[in-house]
Design a protein around this ligand. Structure first.
Ligand code: ZN
Length: 169
């Protein structure tokens, strides 16, 4: 692999790894070790916030995930359902569609998780505009890699609809 490609894939792997490590830093887990720390969700009134709550079921994150889901469905032109299995655990075959589409959805959920991790203990939830900028960032980082490999069509199969939707081409 080219050095640039290694840098990008390790960056994305790091995001996923960091994300999974968050399981050890939920309010409930911290509360067990330090009882003075409140076990509740920082974003909503939920009194006990476990990993699934703080990554998925919290109403404020449901709103964020719903907007991500709506956006990727519009971009791909079909109904995409994001679930903890597909979005958090990256069991991507359940989305169906082409490999390019599944890679696109994998990137979309990866960037969403990065944004959730950034606002882990914050009151506010991630913003859709930050997620969109993240998507643009990854799509542009990946372009020279596919060009260098001599297969720009692969990049197009992953990002073509996104770029067309947002007029980036
Ligand atoms: Zn919550």
């Amino acid at each position: 692999m080219a050095p640039r490609e290694v840098a990008i894939s390790s960056k994305l792997r790091f995001i996923q790894l960091k994300y999974l490590h968050m399981a050890y830093r939920t309010p409930i887990v911290i509360h067990r070790a330090h009882p003075s720390y409140p076990p509740g969700c920082p974003k909503c009134p939920c009194p006990r916030a476990d990993f699934l709550h703080i990554t998925w079921t919290c109403p404020r994150l449901q709103h964020f995930w719903g907007r991500v889901e709506q956006t990727v469905s519009r971009v791909l032109g079909r109904d995409i359902i994001l679930t903890p299995k597909t979005a958090l655990l990256e069991i991507t075959f359940e989305w169906g569609g082409s490999r390019g589409e599944r890679r696109f959805l994998g990137m979309a959920t990866m960037i969403a998780k990065r944004d959730i991790a950034k606002h882990w203990m914050a009151k506010q939830s991630p913003r859709l505009s930050t997620w969109r900028s993240g998507m643009d960032w990854v799509s542009k980082l990946e372009e020279p890699i596919y060009n260098a490999r001599g297969c720009p069509q692969k990049h197009h199969r992953i990002w073509g609809k996104w770029w067309a939707f947002y007029g980036l081409e």
